[in-house]
Design a protein around this ligand. Structure first.
Ligand code: S3P
Length: 176
């Protein structure tokens, strides 16, 4: 088996990409982001994938991306907020490393995402209601899957990254 990955899960706007990049720098690991991987592979952005193929098409691509990325080792991997929905994905994540749930309130998500145009699920008249519903459905899944659970509300990404490092299991903590 390839060396363990550090995997970030959590809702949109929880800081997975920012915190993930900082963690990767600090640990001398490669950073990958499943949404970016899907966009690179497809050649179009996520809103376009949703337009053409719907959420179902996007989820298929997401599973393929996770299959590819979890095969690699020594990564810090940021996942999309909905990547925990399929059992197949959860299995892939569980088997490939240490999972960190970045937990965030809807208030904080709203603050971080209020001008966002890149999240198709938020292009609705009431994004707050949508975020509340998604969190209610998904939070138990994030909690169940996580090896480590951390709140990121009102915290600088740098601080969260620094908090995570001493909480990692010893083999993952050392700089490559
Ligand atoms: C989604 C989250 C997004 C992206 C897509 C769907 C979701 O990723 O995968 O827009 O279902 O919560 P981020 O969590 O990185 O925003």
């Amino acid at each position: 088996m390839s060396a363990q990955n550090i995997i970030l899960i959590g809702p949109m706007g929880s800081g997975k990409s920012t915190i993930g990049q900082l963690l990767a720098q600090r640990l001398g690991r490669e950073f990958r982001d499943s949404d970016h991987y899907i966009e690179e592979r497809t050649g179009v952005d996520i809103p376009r994938i949703f337009d053409i193929e719907g959420e179902e098409g996007f989820r298929l691509r997401e599973t393929r991306a996770l299959q590819d990325l979890t095969r690699l080792g020594n990564l810090v991997l940021a996942t999309g907020g909905g990547s925990v929905l399929r059992e197949e994905n959860r299995q892939l994540l569980r088997n490939s490393g240490f999972i960190i749930f970045l937990d965030t309130s809807v208030d904080q998500q709203m603050e971080r995402l209020r001008h966002d145009k890149k999240r198709p699920l938020l292009q609705t008249p009431n994004p707050r209601e949508r975020l509340e519903k998604l969190l209610e459905e998904r939070r138990p899944i994030y909690l169940e899957l996580a090896d480590l659970h951390l709140r990121t509300d009102r915290k600088y990404a740098r601080k969260v990254a620094a908090e995570i490092i001493p909480l990692l299991p010893e083999p993952l903590r050392t700089h490559a």
